[in-house]
Design a protein around this ligand. Structure first.
Ligand SMILES: [Zn+2]
Length: 457
C-alpha cells in the first residue's frame, strides 16, 4: 500500500514538473502523451466515434438520451471561521451549470452530488499547484464518483512569478481542482478532461508532424502515415476546428480575431470560438461540445470501472441496485439548496438513493427542499399537495418553514403518497417546504411524487 502511495506521489510530482515547462495556462491539465493517444480507437479513424454513437442508440430521438448519471463528491477548503470556498448555494450553482451544458449539448451524461466535505483550515484556502494540491487529492478521495476539490486560490509558482490557476484536472489522482471563482463552464471543461477530452489547441505551436492542419481533408504524404491530419494531430478530432490557443484571438462579442494566423501548411485559421474545451479569454463564449467529443466522453465512461453503477441501462446484480434517479431540481437536500417552485405549477421529484458513511453504504433517505415566494401578505389559504409519481409509492410527510427556519406547520405523519398541508395569514417573503419519505422502498425501485403549491380563497 505504501509503495503504491509513494508511486502515485512520485508520478504526480513528475506530472507537475512536466507541466512546468508548458505555457501558462488557466487550466493546466497534463494531456495524453502522443503514444497514449495513438492507442485510442478513434486515432486516425474518427468514423469509429460516429459508429459508436449510432450503436448506443444516441441518434434515436425516441430513446431516453441519458446514458450515465455520475455522482460528484465535493471537497471544499475554507477558512477556520468557515468563510471562503463555496457554500451550498455555490455548489447548487456549479451543479446547475454543469448539468445545463451537458443537457443542452445532449452529451448523454448528467451529474448529481453524492456528498460534500468541508475542510476548515486557514492554510488550505490557498493550495500550491505542484505538491500540495496533488497530495491532498491522493488522500481525500471517495470511491465511485468524481472528486472535485474547491479552494479559494490555486497557485503555481514559476521562477519568481506566481500564477493563479482557475482549474485543473490531475490525470494521476483523477481529481478536479477548481478555484472558488471560476467561469460557468470551468467544471464542465475539467470533467471533459476526466472523460478523455483534449484541448482543441493541443500542439498548435509544434511542427508539421504534430500540429493540426486547418484543412479537414489534408492527409499525410508518406509511406508510414496516410491518415487525415485532423484525425491524428491536435486533439485528433476532425469535428473540432484546428485552432491556436484562443486566449488572444477572441473578441468580447465572441468573434475569432486570428484569421491572419496560418498553420504550417499556409492555411489561415478559421477557428470556432464556442468549444467548451477551448480557451477564449471571454469564457462566456464557451457553450458547445461536438458530436466527436460527446462520443469520446461516452466511450471513456463505458471503460470506467464504475460504468455499471453510473449507467441508466445496466440492470444486472448489485450495480443495478445502486442506481440513482435524481430529478432536475437536485441538489436540494438542505434548506439552503432548496429549489424554487412557482405557485400553481406542479413539479415532479424523485427520492433517489444516496451514499452514506465510510463504507459507502447506500440509503434511500433522500430529503427534498423546495421554496416559494409570496410577494404580498396573503390572507388566503396556501395549500400544498403531493400526488403519486410514476414509480413506487412513498409515504410522505411535509414541513413548512418561514425564511428564518421557524416551523409554521406540518402534515400528518406520513402514511400516504397524497398528503396536504395548509397555512393561512402568511406574510410577504420566502417559504420553505421539506419533503420526507417515511417508508423504505426495496432496491432497485425508486420512489417519486408530484407536488403543487396553490392559493385557495
Ligand atoms: Zn483544460
Amino acid at each position: 500500500m505504501k509503495t503504491k502511495l509513494l508511486l502515485i506521489l512520485f508520478l504526480s510530482l513528475y506530472t507537475a514538473t512536466f507541466a512546468q515547462f508548458k505555457d501558462d495556462e488557466e487550466c493546466v491539465s497534463k494531456e495524453l502523451s502522443d503514444r497514449e493517444l495513438q492507442k485510442l480507437p478513434w486515432y486516425g479513424n474518427n468514423e469509429f466515434l460516429y459508429k459508436y454513437l449510432a450503436e448506443k442508440g444516441y441518434y434515436n430521438e425516441t430513446k431516453n438520451n441519458i446514458l450515465y448519471r455520475v455522482p460528484i463528491k465535493f471537497w471544499i477548503y475554507r477558512k477556520k471561521n468557515k468563510t471562503g470556498g463555496v457554500n451550498e448555494l455555490g455548489i447548487k450553482r456549479l451543479m446547475n451549470d454543469l448539468n445545463y451544458y451537458n443537457i443542452s449539448n445532449k452529451t448523454g451524461i448528467v451529474y448529481y452530488v453524492s456528498g460534500i466535505k468541508y475542510i476548515n483550515k486557514d492554510k488550505r484556502s490557498k493550495l500550491g499547484y505542484y505538491v500540495e494540491a496533488p497530495m491532498l487529492t491522493i488522500f481525500r478521495k471517495s470511491k465511485g464518483c468524481i472528486n472535485v476539490h474547491i479552494t479559494d486560490m490555486l497557485r503555481k509558482r514559476k521562477l519568481r512569478r506566481r500564477t493563479n490557476i482557475r482549474g485543473t484536472y490531475n490525470t494521476v489522482t483523477k481529481a478536479v481542482i477548481l478555484q472558488s471563482e471560476q467561469s460557468k463552464t470551468s467544471l464542465t471543461h475539467e470533467i471533459g478532461h476526466y472523460f478523455g477530452l483534449l484541448h482543441p489547441h493541443r500542439n498548435y505551436k509544434k511542427r508539421k508532424g504534430k500540429q493540426e492542419a486547418v484543412s479537414r481533408t489534408r492527409k499525410f504524404k508518406g509511406l508510414i502515415k496516410s491518415e487525415l491530419i485532423c484525425e491524428t494531430n491536435g486533439d485528433a478530432l476532425c469535428d473540432t476546428h484546428a485552432e491556436p490557443k484562443l486566449s488572444k484571438y477572441v473578441s468580447s462579442n465572441c468573434t475569432f480575431t486570428g484569421a491572419n494566423l496560418k498553420d504550417k501548411w499556409g492555411d489561415n485559421y478559421k477557428s470556432s470560438v464556442n468549444n467548451i474545451m477551448s480557451y477564449p479569454a471571454y469564457r462566456k463564449c464557451r457553450t458547445t461540445f461536438t458530436k466527436g467529443q460527446i462520443a469520446v466522453m461516452l466511450y471513456t465512461a463505458s471503460r470506467n470501472k464504475n460504468k455499471c453503477a453510473w449507467s441508466t441501462n445496466c440492470k444486472k446484480g448489485k450495480a443495478y441496485k445502486r442506481q440513482y434517479n435524481f430529478d432536475v431540481y437536485e441538489p436540494d437536500n438542505t434548506m439552503k439548496m432548496a429549489s424554487m417552485i412557482s405557485l400553481n405549477n406542479q413539479q415532479y421529484h424523485t427520492f433517489h438513493k444516496i451514499y452514506k458513511g465510510k463504507n459507502k453504504k447506500e440509503t434511500d433517505k433522500d430529503i427534498d427542499w423546495l421554496k416559494f415566494k409570496l410577494n404580498s401578505t396573503n390572507k388566503d389559504k396556501i395549500v400544498i399537495t403531493t400526488d403519486d409519481g410514476k414509480f413506487a409509492k412513498s409515504n410522505i410527510e411535509m414541513f413548512l418553514y418561514d425564511q428564518n427556519g421557524n416551523l409554521i406547520t406540518q402534515s400528518k405523519a406520513g402514511s400516504s403518497t397524497k398528503v396536504t398541508m395548509r397555512a393561512s395569514n402568511l406574510v410577504r417573503g420566502w417559504y420553505y417546504i421539506k419533503v420526507n419519505k417515511t417508508n423504505k422502498i426495496a432496491s432497485p425501485n425508486i420512489a417519486d411524487y408530484k407536488i403543487i403549491v396553490t392559493i385557495k380563497k
